[in-house]
Design a protein around this ligand. Structure first.
Ligand code: FES
Length: 112
């Protein structure tokens, strides 16, 4: 696991998400990072339904609602929680930690 410094925590307001641009050390697909108020979570920024930008979705509890067609994705597991027939779909999740006010995202060093 490699930890990549992303930004200061204050740059992501509570209950909002931001896109982490793909970079040399990050996956090719963008990552969305969310401030849940008491912690931060990160998932792939691509809705499994039609590729919607999940960072622009509405955060409620530990889920985000896709801004395109309202699928709900659990921010902890990456699983679709609504609709039920989307439950087999998932997005990739990434570990997040805070070090002296800076967010770090963990990236697996083994190819997927
Ligand atoms: S693209 Fe996300 S619900 Fe359709």
């Amino acid at each position: 696991m490699k930890w990549i410094r992303i930004t200061e925590t204050e740059n992501i307001p509570p209950r909002e998400g931001r896109v982490i641009a793909a970079g040399k050390e990050l996956p090719a697909d963008p990552i969305a990072i969310f401030n849940l108020g008491d912690r931060f979570v990160a998932i792939e920024n691509r809705c499994p339904h039609g590729g919607g930008p999940l960072a622009d979705g509405i955060v409620g509890g530990a889920t985000v609602t896709c801004p395109l067609h309202n699928w709900r994705i659990c921010l902890d597991s990456g699983r679709v929680s609504q609709p039920c027939d989307g439950a087999a779909s998932t997005v990739r999740t990434f570990p997040v930690r805070v070090d002296e006010g800076v967010l770090l995202v963990g990236i697996s060093e083994t190819p997927r």
